[in-house]
Design a protein around this ligand. Structure first.
Ligand code: SF4
Length: 245
């Protein structure tokens, strides 16, 4: 049993799978507190399910949710028309045991599991990695997230998921510094320089008090990252523009 926030079918709005259709399972709780966080993840007595997709019609269910109940809800969506199930949050790695149970219940469906994670819980990831197909991992830059001391943890985390498909996402603002980007690139290069890095300019929709970087600045940061890595893309959050959940 675990606490969920919501389950819905929508269009991925971040990273290299932007545009792909996914079923999202949003878990409650997070071990970090990023300055730019715009995600609802506080524990609630209920979680909501949008059905049909895109209608903003919700059915409420009681927390904590059981794995059987969650699997049955997910199966109501046509999984054949979905790229994967996105485990998101909050921080889904705080729910490792539940996700393992869920993966067993949904194995017969043949759907991929896509993990969206803040990249700071490597020991939790080590338990879950056998059932994960794709990892979307954040590297938190101190200037933007207002968190520090995460470099070594991010490095250990990326090494732990290097046997699976993985890409790294990092949020940048007008205050992002070049040494931070270089540090992030060195971590990725140390594992595999072909791992994609997605530079995600902070969203002006998020309420974050910092400023979005200018396009000149973003291009400069991308050029800098390309000194270390082979695949560096700039992709803003598209679900904000589309009005997606
Ligand atoms: S890791 Fe994600 S969910 Fe957690 S505080 Fe940061 S942005 Fe919010």
């Amino acid at each position: 049993m675990t606490n969920l926030v919501e389950i819905f079918s929508s269009i991925q709005g971040e990273g290299i799978y932007t545009g792909a259709r996914q079923v999202f399972v949003r878990f409650s709780g997070c071990n970090l507190k990023c300055a730019y966080c715009d995600t609802p993840y506080e524990p609630n007595p209920r979680f909501r399910v949008e059905f049909p997709a895109g209608t903003r019609e919700f059915v409420n269910y009681s927390n904590p949710a059981g794995p059987d109940e969650t699997a049955e809800i997910i199966k109501k969506f046509n999984l054949k028309k979905h790229h994967s199930i996105s485990l998101t949050g909050g921080e889904p790695l705080l729910h490792t045991k539940f996700i393992l149970q869920l993966s067993r219940l949904l194995k017969a469906e043949g759907t991929m599991f896509y993990l969206e994670t803040n990249g700071t819980l490597p020991s939790h990831l080590a338990i879950l990695i056998p059932v994960i197909d794709i990892v979307s991992m954040d590297i938190k830059l101190p200037s933007t997230s207002e968190l520090s001391g995460l470099w070594d943890t991010h490095s250990e985390f990326l090494q732990t998921c290097s046997s699976k498909e993985v890409f790294v996402k990092t949020v940048v603002s007008s205050s992002t510094t070049e040494p931070e980007i270089i540090e992030a690139c060195k971590i990725i290069k140390g594992v595999n320089p072909k791992i994609p890095l997605i530079i995600q300019p902070v969203s002006s929709h998020s309420g974050y008090p910092g400023k979005s970087p200018s396009i000149r600045r973003v291009i400069k940061l991308q050029e800098l990252a390309l000194d270390y890595l082979t695949d560096v893309r700039v992709i803003p959050q598209t679900h904000k523009y589309l009005g997606q959940l």
